[in-house]
Design a protein around this ligand. Structure first.
Ligand code: PEP
Ligand code: MG
Length: 573
């Protein structure tokens, strides 16, 4: 038997391929005295040349696969390498102090990094500091003859193995070659897992120890549906995994037939199936999967993909592209939600003990109000190109909502005064992802146009179980009666005021949750585009009256999540 690891299946599909270790290698060294300083300067020059060659190759690859704009970050790295001031400071350090090239380089670059990082209010300098850090690492790797992983240069079929993947690491993965990824940490609602689903890359997260169990080049079989990873699978094991892949492909082919069908239950009730997107490029997936709307556009990716704060015009173009691409169908645009597991290199956030409970999303927007108003103006200007709905994330109090809405109204008034045409039917809503807002949803419902329940966060805050922490993932329970009661209260509160309630957390596409949510009368379900057709297929088999009975029983009679799951199984047999 081969070695098998069990993690959390985070993105459906299977793969059998070689491991590619995306792991930070050991770059430690000691400071040494060297007599031959000329030899040391030559080592430095050789390492600088190799680093330049390597970064140029990465830059060219990025320009062809991702576009010129994405490649620009590497131009900045090349500029650091060619900076005469820095290079001559390192050479003098070697010559004057007779130290080895590694420590001479590190001492000089540390000084520059400290200087730039201390200019806290200058995002440009903060970014330069980040560039110097990256470049130093690369040059040291050449001095030590240690290979740094370059995920963007992968050009054969592999399974990427990492301790964790950030959303920007995930965005760099080329799905032609990366057949799956497996990580030590993370849960189904980590942003890397969410992105894997929209990129349709099979993924297993939260294995705890994959990086210790696998070495570069070893053959792996990954099943993103069950969360199983087999190291050096036998022929028979490979055949089993491939069979699971074929069965999944056959199911998908069935679902694909529903692409142009209406979403209705067996008794003819319509529910809106919308998609979550991160960039305008994701629209292709939305349309290929029969999305009826965009229920969540996570605009922070626009900020994360850009080397600096995106200008009002750049944002306007992106919002316009999405609105036009949806041809008049509704588009819910969420204002920036940075923080938690999403960072901006040019907006350094203070290091916090609990970033998911800290300075994030609307909390930042209400403080950095120039940045927020720029986004609001871009949205308002784009509103005439489709059916725009604006949504604020991480709202805890009515006061926050009122403050954000007031800024929106102010920007609207200014634009109108300048003669800009703005749609007059823009709905303004909030995400319900903080329990405090869920509990007083009846109050919010009087002031907002809609709710969208962000269960990824709502569950972590209600259960006090970090969504990124595999150790407490057993507590991350969408079907817990406590969560269902909160959701019911949100939906009922919206309906009492004649408003609509949607859900854009991953629970909306969860096949066990869907029958319950149909029963609770959720109006809109927004999910990874790749989950839409299987949900449409499931809904076709459900009777809404029977599901209402199911939801009622789950909420009133069940004590545990396990009992709820058993009840759903009984009702959907
Ligand atoms: C959520 O919290 O459910 C949500 C959709 O937002 P995000 O996953 O981006 O935090
Ligand atoms: Mg959230």
């Amino acid at each position: 038997m081969s070695n098998m690891l069990k993690g959390i299946g985070a993105s459906d599909g299977v793969a059998v391929a070689k491991a590619y270790m995306l792991i930070e290698p050991d770059l430690s060294f000691t400071k040494q005295t060297v007599e031959d300083s000329e030899g040391e300067v030559n080592r430095l020059k050789a390492a600088l040349a190799k680093a330049t060659e390597e970064i140029t190759a990465i830059r060219d690859k990025a320009a062809t696969t991702l576009g010129e704009e994405e490649a620009q970050v590497f131009d900045a790295h090349l500029m650091v390498l060619a900076d005469p001031e820095m290079v001559s400071a390192v050479e003098s350090n070697i010559n004057d102090n007779k130290v080895n090239a590694e420590s001479a380089l590190k001492e000089v670059t540390d000084m520059f990094i400290m200087m730039f990082e201390s200019m806290e209010d200058n995002p440009y300098m903060q970014e330069r500091a980040a560039d110097i850090k990256d470049v130093t690492k690369r040059v040291i790797s050449h001095l030590l003859n240690v290979k740094l992983p370059n995920p963007s240069m992968i050009d054969e079929e592999v399974i990427v193995i990492a301790h964790d993947l950030t959303p920007s690491d995930t965005a760099q993965l080329d799905r032609r070659f990366v057949k799956a990824f497996v990580t030590n940490i993370g849960g189904r609602t980590s942003h890397s897992a969410i992105m894997a689903r929209s990129l349709e890359i099979p993924a297993v997260v939260g294995t705890m120890s994959i990086t210790d169990s696998v070495v570069e080049g070893q053959l792996l079989a990954v099943n993103g549906i069950t969360g199983e990873v087999i190291v050096e699978p036998t022929e028979e094991e490979q055949a089993t995994v491939n069979k699971a892949g074929a069965d999944y492909a056959a199911l998908k082919a069935e679902w694909d037939k529903l692409k142009d069908a209406k979403t209705v239950t067996a008794d003819g009730k319509h529910f809106e199936l919308a998609a979550n997107i991160g960039t305008p490029k994701d629209l292709e997936g939305v349309n290929n999967n029969g999305g009826e709307a965009v229920g969540l556009y996570r605009t922070e990716f626009l900020y994360m993909d850009s080397p600096e704060l995106p200008s009002e015009d750049a944002q306007f173009e992106a919002y316009k592209a999405v609105l036009e691409g949806m041809n008049g169908k509704p588009v819910v645009v969420r204002t920036m939600d940075i923080g938690g597991d999403k960072e901006l290199p040019y907006l350094p956030l203070p290091h916090e003990m609990n970033p998911f409970l800290g300075y994030r999303a609307l909390r930042i927007s209400l403080v950095e109000d120039d940045m927020f108003r720029t986004q609001l103006r871009a949205l308002l200007r784009a509103s005439v190109y489709g059916q725009l709905r604006i949504m604020f994330p991480m709202v805890a109090t009515l006061k926050e909502f009122r403050a954000a809405k007031a800024m929106l109204e102010e920007e609207k008034a200014k634009l109108i005064a300048d003669g800009v045409v703005i749609a007059d039917d823009i709905q303004v809503g909030i995400m319900i992802e903080i329990p405090a807002a869920a509990v007083i949803a009846d109050k919010f419902a009087k002031e907002v146009d809609f709710f969208s329940v962000g269960t990824n966060d709502l569950i972590q805050y209600t259960m006090a179980a970090d969504r990124m922490n595999e150790r407490v993932s057993y507590l991350y329970q969408p079907y817990n009666p406590s969560i269902l009661r909160l959701i019911k209260h949100v939906i009922d509160s919206a309906h009492a005021e004649g408003k609509w309630a949607g859900m854009c957390g991953e629970m909306a596409g969860d096949q066990t949750a869907v029958p319950l949510l149909v029963g609770l009368g959720l109006d809109e379900f927004s999910m990874s585009a790749t989950s839409i057709l299987k949900t449409r297929s499931l809904m076709k088999r459900l009777d809404s009256t029977k599901m209402a009975e199911l939801a009622n029983k789950a909420i009133n009679d069940c004590d545990t999540a396990e009992e709820v799951v058993a009840l759903v199984e009984e009702y959907t047999k």
